[in-house]
Ligand binder design. Sequence first.
Ligand code: SF4
Length: 287
Amino acid sequence: MTRGQDGLLSVADHDRGRAGMTYVYPVVSRRAGGVSVGVNLNPNNACNWRCIYCQVPDLQRGGPPPLDLDRLEEELRAMLTDVVHGDFMARAVPEGMRRLNDVAISGNGEPTSAHEFPRVVERIGHILKDFGLAGQIKLILISNGSLAGRAHVSAGLAAMACLNGEVWFKLDRATRAGIAQVNGTATDPAAHFRRLATVAGLCPTWVQTCMFSLDGSPPAPAEIDAYLSLLRHGRTEIPALRGVLLYGLARPSLQAEAARLGPLPESWLRGLAARIEALGLPVRLSV
Ligand code: SF4
């Protein structure tokens, strides 16, 4: 756990254990310009992918254990009580960031691998309503999208759409080799594109992409061309697609490849953002 000298949560401080809870953790999000309350459905640090830039410590392959929904609800109610009615903002959040932006279902693994996902969304909906936050803040799902199309995922996404929901769908690379190298999964880009279309058809969706150098080099031009081609296809075939969240390497990887990864120059990222925008897709860049 890292804690700033002033005792306040910092944008780099995303330690999911800091609130002493199993499922719920607060984050000051530079992207959101405020506080995001995270709901971690993978407390065992297990994911079905293995991204080389992943910031989950002791990441393992797999899915979550059965969730204790009552505990999750209790923790979220306690956290929101502190954030909305207590002194959390003054105590732990830097000035200028003292606003609640969203509740984010994310965590230390792929959240939709929890079979309870739709029931989690339902419970969060009730809680947001009780706090007068329904429709006032976003409910975000941060997902690798790999399980889109499964019945429990579709049910959860449809419920999210009624709760000011938004999905951040991971698309880092667009060739089989690139996905295998970066995400550690044998995924067909065309199949992943179809999953993106499925998700966007159920709930407003942004693509999220992480770009970094590997062994000192940026992604190869052919990889970028494939990525832009997939986005171009998305622009025409998926009208509901909102845009692209483009990230540099903000925090160090906690995987074995960490030393091979490095941040790209801001000019490189801005250049890619301009090429995406030229396709007609909005870009939110976090360098
Ligand atoms: S999908 Fe997310 S949690 Fe899973 S390995 Fe990749 S970055 Fe980590």
